[in-house]
Design a binder for this molecule. Sequence first.
Ligand SMILES: [Zn+2]
Length: 412
Amino acid sequence: MKADAAQLNDWLMRIDTFNATPGEGTTRAVYTKEFYRAREYLKKEMQDLGLEIHEDCVGNIYGEYKGRHPECPPVWTGSHIDTVPHGGRYDGMAGVFAALEVIRMMKSDGYQPKRSIFVNAYAGEEMSRFGMCCIGSRAIVGRIHQQDLKDARNMAGESIFDVLSHDGFEPERFNRDFSTKPRVHASLELHIEQNRILQDKDISIGIVTGICAPTNLRCEIHGIQSHAGGTSMEDRRDAFMASAEIALALEHLAKASDSEYITGTVGAMKLEPGAANVIPGQADFSIDIRSISAQDKDDLVEALQRKIDEITRNRGVTYQLEQLNNDTPYICSPHIRELLHESAKELELPVLDMISGAYHDSLMLGDITDAAMIFIPCKDGISHDRKESIDMDDLAKGTDLLAATLRRLSEE
Ligand SMILES: [Zn+2]
């Protein structure tokens, strides 16, 4: 049978009721009341479909549709149900409920796969609350340890570990839950595109060839704080102006790079003392660089550092540059991509090979298994915003492709 757009829409609208900001976009940060209620809702829907539910101490949910050979490494699908503040209804949720719809279709067809198929909801994919993205999938693949849960804190100073303990999750079980990496045959995630390439080309499905990964840096510029009127232009050691020049250098380097895809962003900046009539003595800002190539990112960081040296020297200020992370981009499994193309051909669905500029749980899962992704269009490429919108028919088509490909993978 084919995916039912009305059923998908019903699930997506229902989970959207667990929202801290109704009428102002969807806000469901990880480990909040709304997040827990959404989890309960999802688990109930999984139970109604006969899935066996497993959980771990960071709040990942695994819904197992038992295969004929449940001893074989399973096939994983799913995505996340947390959102950014005032975000959309589809980023993450589309992939979770597409996966659930696949199970509903398989059951209606009386089909039991050879390998078990797991519908997963990974905890805390969005960076928003604790300054860590992909908490659940990072734990699964071993990129974080118990101590990281204690180190990552929210604005109120509470660590992930504290919050989990308070909410009854037993994070002290971390080492037991994640002592061995799970054996997974393959992982396939459906997600909204978060760009407008599919819409512009009028194609309903993207097959992701690779997922860009971020390199995040923090730059601190030390100048001299002084009077905005009393200090002549020649005498200034302006920390902000140096930062501005560095930001423009980053933009220039990213635009001039011959990388297949690379971005450079300064998204947050703090000035000291931050007054209209004072030349800033200190500036702190973020640098986010993403690419499909680890080498291209490293090259850009190196070139940027040379520019920072030059700019700060010329302006008589000093700097500190700290690298917060340098994640490796992921080239999606060629085998699964081939199966996706074969299935799409069978279903007569036009597809487009494309890069994911944003990261996803699949980037992490690629550490432990063959991973790949299906994209569906989102209106005007808008995401992480209340205006995020999709065409349910696109989601139904994507779900058909997900179903057909999961079927192939689960028979291997
Ligand atoms: Zn997402």
